[in-house]
Design a protein around this ligand. Structure first.
Ligand SMILES: Nc1nc2c(c(=O)[nH]1)N[C@H]1C(S)=C(S)[C@@H](COP(=O)(O)O)O[C@H]1N2
Ligand SMILES: [Mo]
Length: 253
């Protein structure tokens, strides 16, 4: 087992434990402490191993997976998203707002004229599968430079076009990362997969790639970036759809 596999399994274990333990345990203060201690420990270990400043491994064309599987929402049924698919995303735009000096709206065509980065990386899902794909997109740092985050901005929240869930109902998918990851050179808003516009299953027309974290952090169907100081006001307050259901906020690989 290499370092990556070890960390991935350790993380999956913590997540499964957190999810299984949720209801009753969450109410006891010591358990909340243990959980947050685990989280900051994970962040610290990752930092010690060089994870927070290093680059994720990049691969070659020969390493590409024959197909890049879709997971989670793969064909959102939400009406506003269906309408955007129907007209080929001509009316789609990305909004950047919240704690910024200059809120902006960018069309896909505008995003495609900004400097881009292409990277061949491996996606690791907590469910236990991986795939290697070639992503092209605009570095998130480029978009942030246009919107000019205010000094008190700490996180970027990704609001997605899909709702997800079953039984009890669906809620909007969302995610968040801190500015350290937001400015990392491999953090891109990807519009191409393997040289072609993103397929619907993989998040058309725009999805996040944040290569040193697990799959659920890679928000698909991104509509809006919100710069915030805290994510307490969103969802159940844990910073993401899966985090609200017990997964770790910092999902370092
Ligand atoms: N908007 C949105 N983003 C999402 C999800 C989702 O259901 N909705 N699933 C997440 C999970 S768990 C994974 S593993 C990856 C899957 O990306 P893929 O469909 O390109 O394989 O997207 C992540 N981003
Ligand atoms: Mo995943």
């Amino acid at each position: 087992m290499n370092k990556r596999q070890f960390l991935q399994r350790a993380l999956a274990g913590v997540s499964a434990f957190a999810v299984a333990g949720c209801d009753r345990l969450n109410k006891s203060p010591w358990f909340a402490d243990v959980l947050s201690a685990g989280e900051s420990l994970n962040r610290r270990v990752h930092h010690l191993l060089g994870g927070r400043v290093s680059m994720a491994q990049e691969f070659t064309e020969a390493d590409l997976s024959p197909t890049f599987r879709g997971n989670g929402s793969t064909n959102p049924s939400d009406a506003p998203y269906r309408a955007m698919v129907a007209d080929g995303f001509v009316n789609w735009s990305l909004t950047v707002d919240g704690l910024v000096d200059k809120p902006i709206t960018l069309s896909l065509a505008q995003l495609r004229t900004l400097p881009s980065r292409t990277q061949i990386t491996r996606h690791d899902c907590v469910e236990g599968w991986s795939a290697i794909g070639k992503w092209t997109g605009v570095p998130l740092a480029q978009v942030l430079a246009l919107a000019k985050p205010k000094a008190n901005a700490r996180y970027v929240v990704f609001h997605c076009a899909d709702t997800y869930g079953s039984g009890g109902g669906r809620t909007p998918y969302y995610e968040s990362i801190d500015l350290l990851d937001a400015y990392h050179p491999q953090t891109i808003l990807a519009y191409n997969l393997n040289g072609k516009p993103l397929p619907t299953a993989n998040g058309a027309p725009l999805r996040l790639r944040v290569e040193r974290q697990l799959g659920y952090k890679h928000a698909k169907f991104v509509m809006r970036l919100e710069l915030v100081e805290s994510f307490a006001h969103l969802g159940r307050g844990k910073g993401g759809y899966w985090e609200d259901r017990g997964y770790q906020w910092y999902a370092g690989i």
